[in-house]
Design a protein around this ligand. Structure first.
Ligand code: SF4
Length: 434
């Protein structure tokens, strides 16, 4: 697998030269139902090929019948870090987060428009072969993963482990079993645990149980920044079961049960919300005591939004920087200024202070649950999960001087005495030190 493959969705200015994705331009396609025999993992269950250990997706063999809790999928970055897959990641030595995903032949029963795992793909691709945040997810026995990391957790490259639940009737029970398998081998104090939840099937008691079993942080993937975008991309608009109100109910349960700084929400930037709307949500989460974990919209191949433009870098950088200021620097959205399109025009800080924060570069790294380096440096580095490496949205490493010159140009804050030179960052191949 290479992450430098050609991309058909390089972000630039939107239609009419716009530097943001407006609501009207971000309408998903309508999902089509798969033929009866191909629904619910019919092809895999009928062939019923027994699994024989690690399964690499799209490998020209029949997809085996694999199920959680015995099997989980893990990101390509985690598989490379564990030595399960060969490969190198552009400017990254490893990933710091072991992202696990529950797996079933029936797959996720939701139909989120931006997601490669969505149900409408049943006819086209078996669940274990579907791309998700731009990469393949190999399937591996959970016991093998836990035993491998558990052999020396103190010296593991992983700073955190995260279980991603999906929408499936078994996912609550199986998340508990996967968690138990992990904690039987790995002390949660050595490698903290995060849960990326599926509120649609969960109760408050489920949230309590996951905390009692050793989880450190609980997150809710709101993904959409407004109720309208939520309904259009994850609810009735695409025949998907999710409800904005249920997601907020579980988020509030997580706030009560996990406590301050131990809960958060995922939000995708550029699906039609304004910058003012998304930053108001970021402020709301901070005021509740939580964090926001941000992703740049990228048109995932095979998804119902794969024909739509990736988020222009101008919009993304403004929101990335403003979100960092609200989450970690005590700036409030009320101090910021916006234009008539809801774009940030003033970040609410004196120029000198803002310059120092831009030059520190952390604001432009991936955001997510923290690792062992610093509170504001995410363990969840998701290398190239929201962009190609040739036009990085979320940096999975500390941005270097050429990266920062590009970021400044994208923000409209290029320095006259230190201008960006076209493609200079592509000359760098080494991994920056932490
Ligand atoms: S619930 Fe999660 S995994 Fe399932 S389709 Fe929606 S975003 Fe994808």
């Amino acid at each position: 697998m290479t992450c430098l493959k050609p991309e058909n969705a390089r972000p630039g200015a939107g239609e009419d030269g716009r530097d943001f994705n407006p609501f009207a331009a971000m309408q998903p396609r309508r999902p089509e139902e798969a033929p009866q025999g191909l629904r619910n993992g019919g092809r895999v269950k009928q062939a019923n090929v027994p699994p024989t250990g690690t399964y690499l997706p799209n490998n020209n063999i029949l997809t085996p019948h694999m199920r959680s809790p015995e099997y989980v999928q893990l990101s390509t970055a985690a598989a490379i870090t564990l030595g399960i897959m060969p490969g190198k990641m552009h400017r990254c030595g490893c990933t710091r987060c072991l992202n696990l995903l529950l797996t079933y032949p029936e797959g996720c029963r939701a139909n989120c428009a931006y997601c490669g795992l969505a149900r409408h793909r049943e006819a086209e691709r078996d669940y274990a072969d579907r791309n998700f945040i731009r990469v393949d997810w190999p399937a591996v026995p959970m016991e093998q993963i836990a035993a491998t990391v558990g052999a020396d957790p103190e010296n593991s490259p992983f700073h955190r482990m995260c279980i991603s639940m999906i929408t499936h009737p078994r996912s609550d029970d199986d998340t508990r079993t996967v968690l138990k398998t992990w904690t039987d081998h790995v002390d949660p104090d050595a490698i903290p645990i995060s849960i990326l939840s599926n509120p649609t099937t969960m109760t408050r008691e489920d949230v309590e149980t996951l905390k009692d079993m050793g989880s450190d942080i609980f997150t809710v993937a709101l993904d959409a920044a407004t109720p309208e975008i939520f309904d259009r991309t994850r609810g009735r608009g695409v025949q998907s079961p999710h409800k904005w109100s249920k997601y907020w109910d579980i988020l509030m349960d997580a706030r009560d049960i996990f406590g301050p700084k131990k809960f958060g929400a995922h939000i995708i930037v550029g699906m039609g919300e304004t910058e003012r709307e998304i930053l108001t949500l970021v402020q709301q989460l901070v005021d509740l005591g939580g964090h926001s974990h941000m992703f740049c919209f990228f048109p995932e191949k095979g998804s119902l939004m794969d024909h739509l433009p990736a988020t222009p870098r101008d919009q993304w950088r403004r929101v990335q920087l403003a979100r960092y200021l609200i989450d970690y620097c005590g700036v409030r959205v009320g101090q910021m200024r916006f234009d008539e399109e809801g774009r940030v025009t003033d970040f609410g800080l004196p120029a000198g202070e803002l310059d120092a924060i831009i030059d520190a570069g952390i604001a432009f790294r991936t955001s997510g649950c923290p690792g062992k380096f610093a509170e504001d440096i995410s363990a969840c580095d998701r290398p190239y999960g929201d962009s190609p490496p040739s036009n990085i949205a979320s940096y999975p490493f500390q941005p270097q001087a050429p990266d920062l010159r590009l970021i400044r140009k994208q923000l409209g804050k290029e320095r006259a005495d230190d201008p960006y030179v076209e493609d200079e960052e592509l000359e760098i191949t080494s991994t920056p030190a932490e």
